[in-house]
Ligand binder design. Structure first.
Ligand code: FES
Length: 178
């Protein structure tokens, strides 16, 4: 799924473009530059890979190759509600993979991707340290233990309902102001 840059992303990338010119144009700066961008933008879209390649005068494939080597770099924007599904051994043997598949199916994205509205992203993670609660999924900051594939839809719905409620309240405040 191609990531569509938001207007906010575009503004950040433009600023990063100017910050880039303050970095010495040497290949050894590639990782620090990618780290600086990741910190600001939270991910590395293709536009940024091209921008860095052009600045350092190296092929884009080289920038991409280095970035994919380190798992600190992300290529999709984080969702407002990041979902982490544990696939450590204890969770895996209790159908963690089916839970992951259910999240993927309900949201129409694969693990490592973000929904178009940037509300959700899915990531598989190794043991998160609460095996007694296996299988485990983490949504935002909340740990959901003893997960079941059948609970997936409810969790997504709950977030969507809360989001709609917050949006309605925001609109009401705005219309009251006018
Ligand atoms: S394996 Fe999932 S919490 Fe340990």
């Amino acid at each position: 799924m191609d990531v569509i840059l938001t207007s906010e992303d575009k503004v950040i990338i433009e600023k990063l473009g100017s910050r880039l010119t303050q970095c010495e144009k040497v290949k050894t700066n590639l990782i620090p530059i990618l780290q600086m961008i990741q910190e600001e933008l939270k991910y590395l879209p293709p536009e940024v890979i091209k921008m860095v390649a052009k600045y350092l005068e190296i092929p884009g494939s080289e920038v991409y190759g280095v970035a994919t080597f380190y798992n600190q770099f992300k290529f999709n924007p984080p969702g407002k509600n990041p979902i982490k599904v544990c696939l450590g051994t204890a969770c895996h043997v209790r159908a963690g993979d089916i839970i992951l598949e259910n999240f993927e199916r309900k949201l129409g994205i694969s693990e490592g991707q973000t929904t178009e509205d940037r509300e959700f992203s899915i990531e598989r993670v190794a043991c998160v340290g609460c095996c007694a609660l296996a299988p485990v999924a983490i949504m935002g900051d909340t740990v959901h233990g003893h997960m079941a594939p059948s609970k997936v839809e409810g969790l997504i719905l709950r977030v969507q309902v809360e989001h709609e409620k917050a949006e309605r309240e925001r609109q009401k405040i705005e219309s009251d102001r006018q």
